[in-house]
Design a protein around this ligand. Sequence first.
Ligand code: AMP
Length: 179
Amino acid sequence: MKTNTDLIAKLEQTIENIPDFPKPGIQFKDITPIFLKPELYEDIITDLVDFSRGKIDAVCGIESRGYLFGIAIAVALKVPFVLIRKAGKLPPPYIGQKYELEYGSAEIEMRKGQIKPGQRILIHDDLLATGGTTEAAAKLVEKQGATVSQFSFLIGLEALQGEKRLQHFNAEVYSILNY
Ligand code: AMP
């Protein structure tokens, strides 16, 4: 495996920063160029798998970019993958968790029974911004009697202090690249 420094440098070169998208003032991090580089994708998965090996019983991925890497992590570690979706997309039975956005609120859902009480869960998404979505995902996991052991991301936006918001879960937090 390549050193993490190499991986960080390659990610920095590959991820595109799009200013003022989708709203003025937002620096949008576009991860789609990663998929043009299969070897880089492989190195990312190796790195994320190394972080979670031996520490988790299932992976929960957050719609939709959390699926792109989350499924590969789960398959490599031979543990189940559970989809966390935006409200209204999953058939019943499901459970939901509301959370606050800058304006208004949103809700995410998960099929009931797909994670089991006592399981150690990795919550994975592409990017940690304010932490609102991830925190809601973690509450959804805890509501089902499982434990959030780890959070992983490709990118962390440090200025938004999302990590602070996740502190009370007492889980490990890892972002490959921080801005
Ligand atoms: P948050 O709940 O604020 O942590 O937002 C996290 C979710 O919003 C993730 O699923 C990201 O994919 C997306 N997101 C937030 N900010 C950005 C950004 N600057 N660039 C790309 N995606 C973002």
